[in-house]
Design a protein around this ligand. Structure first.
Ligand SMILES: NC(=O)c1ccc[n+]([C@@H]2O[C@H](COP(=O)([O-])OP(=O)(O)OC[C@H]3O[C@@H](n4cnc5c(N)ncnc54)[C@H](O)[C@@H]3O)[C@@H](O)[C@H]2O)c1
Length: 269
């Protein structure tokens, strides 16, 4: 792919949902987008995550619209693979401007203290360590390219409000805020900004599956606290993508270290 002076973005968890919507939004405004997603299964996830075929299909459909995209399968638990992807991308394009660490999983316990160790560990490995892996794979090249840039970590309202039974998810997503704050300070001298985005309920395969719906219905009080004050059941993924795109634009050139909430009012409850 010949990219010229296009800005280059790497997005994880990009085969579908919020990641795919973000890839489409970036590509439509003229960025070159590298879409990454799983190349294996995550053991404790009870709904289908994306496959390499799903990623290929998403990339093919964006390419069919004439957009500048490429596919780079990787599990975010696999740091060497992420580092290879970054060095390949920067080798060809000589830049990496935007990094969206969006890959994530959901899993559902009955109480936080009784979550099994596999489920706890997978959540920390994918959500927290996977995001750190994504950042440490990309940051040296972003600094070296010398163009500044923007990093967005996709967290959740679960990092900021109490939700019963998913303390592992809340802990991992809250961990991203601490990670973001350290990185934002460390990278400010390089003109690289770092922010978290905190979606409320968004219509993606993570929420719109039988296991997630039955969990939401079975925990007392959960439906009430997750119901969005604005009159919509769940937000469309492109609404989250628009905020990520703003943070990854010159319009947000001094926005760093912030926790951007996009939740149709969910934190008000
Ligand atoms: N949907 C919501 O209501 C909601 C709310 C708050 C936060 N989020 C967060 O938004 C992000 C995107 O989720 P989504 O709602 O689009 O769900 P989704 O399941 O549709 O998309 C997540 C993507 O991440 C990929 N993924 C999972 N584990 C991975 C790994 N180890 N390595 C690489 N890729 C991996 C999946 O295959 C999937 O394609 C997640 O971090 C999620 O926690 C979602």
């Amino acid at each position: 792919v010949v990219v010229g002076e296009r800005r280059v973005a790497l997005i994880t968890g990009a085969a579908r949902g919020i990641g795919a919507a973000t890839a489409a939004t970036f590509a439509q405004r003229g960025d070159h987008v590298v879409l990454s997603d799983l190349d294996r299964r995550v053991e404790s996830v009870e709904y289908a995550t994306s496959s390499v075929d799903d990623l290929a299909a998403t990339v093919a459909s964006l390419a069919a619209d004439g957009l500048s995209v490429e596919s780079a399968p990787a599990d975010v638990r696999d740091h060497p693979r992420l580092a290879d992807i970054v060095s390949d991308v920067v080798g060809r394009h000589a830049r990496l401007d935007y990094l969206v660490a969006n890959a994530g999983i959901a899993s559902f316990g009955t109480t936080t203290w009784a979550i099994d160790e596999r489920t706890w560990q997978d959540m920390i490995d994918v959500t927290l360590t996977g995001t750190w892996n994504t950042c440490r794979a990309a940051i040296p090249s972003m600094i070296e390219a010398g163009n500044g840039g923007s990093i967005v970590l996709v967290s959740s309202t679960a990092a900021l409000k109490s939700l019963p039974t998913i303390g592992h998810y809340s802990a991992a997503k809250a961990g991203l805020v601490g990670l973001m704050r350290s990185l934002a300070l460390e990278l400010a001298p390089h003109w690289i900004r770092v922010n978290t985005v905190h979606p409320g309920g968004t219509a993606t395969p993570m929420t719109e599956n039988e296991r997630s719906e039955s969990w939401q219905a079975s925990v007392p009080g959960l439906n009430e606290t997750l119901t969005l004050p604005m009159p919509i059941k769940r937000m469309e993924p492109s609404a989250i993508a628009d905020t990520i795109a703003f943070l990854c634009s010159d319009a947000a050139r001094y926005v760093t270290g912030t926790t951007a909430v996009v939740d149709a009012g969910a934190l008000l409850r």
